[in-house]
Design a protein around this ligand. Sequence first.
Ligand SMILES: NC(=O)c1cnc(OC2CCCC2)nc1N
Length: 329
Amino acid sequence: MEAMTFQAAEKRSAELRDELNQYSYEYYVQDQPSVEDFVYDKKYQELVEIETEYPDLITPESPTQRVGGKILEGFEKVVHDIPLYSLNDVFNKEELIAFDERVKKAVGHPVSYCVELKIDGLSISLKYENGVFVQGATRGDGTVGENITENLKTVKSIPLRLKEPLSIEVRGECYMPKASFVKLNQQREEEGKEVFANPRNAAAGSLRQLDTRVAAKRNLSTFLYTLADFGPLESTTQDHALNEMSRLGFRTNPEHRVCETIDEVWEYIENFHETREQLDYEIDGIVIKVNDFSIQDDLGFTVKAPRWATAYKFPPEEAQTTLLDIDWT
Ligand SMILES: NC(=O)c1cnc(OC2CCCC2)nc1N
């Protein structure tokens, strides 16, 4: 290809960046690729050539910035302005009903719940300034976490630029799909390395890597579930907030549902207790949240957890054996 003028390269690289980021969004966030891999690869190669010729044209959200390549000295500490809370657990229907009774007593009337699968991964917090991904951190102890921005940039489902130039903070789970976990452990066994006990440990181990190229190869994914700093957004319920995050380009879990009674919540729990091994990611329970944010504010928090949410935990199963028994390839 004869050398492009800077102006031509500037225009072409911007077109390629937008096109490639759209393809990546369809593939990794919507799970609905619109083009074959070779189409993506060809355009990606063209962008690499232009950026190699004109490095000044590289922008933070360029897909070429997702391959990693930095060896970090360590992880800096991040103080969370808004704490990441943990959840009080319940283990049976009676305790779930007691949770609903406490909420109704405190609020004075029945409430709707937003129920979500409890993804078994690593809690992360993502900060965006004017739409650009600027910081990713682990939960840590809920107040102080670790800056893992460079590793999270390699997670393809995390948007490097939002669909709108908003300054917001969201939280969610970074996880390793079951199939990737099985493949990774097979690889590690062949290499005589120690295998990971479960997908959660594999995801945590991948994000704790100081060599960002390692994280880039671990096929991690995300489901976002908390709008922490709303910026200009005005969601009044958890269900609406999930839809807003999806609209902005985040990957959210499609199984969330609003339940009007605790019986409906129990039906949802029983359904997923049976069908969870068909999911291509691990869950360890169901999260139940009062849907209305103003009622959440009225209920507030105990020292470590919200009064407006609980986690129904499934009894631990011999997950590892079932995982390895299934042919995920
Ligand atoms: N692992 C999950 O899938 C999950 C975890 N946490 C939450 O909610 C936070 C927000 C307020 C307390 C807990 N939702 C989830 N879906």
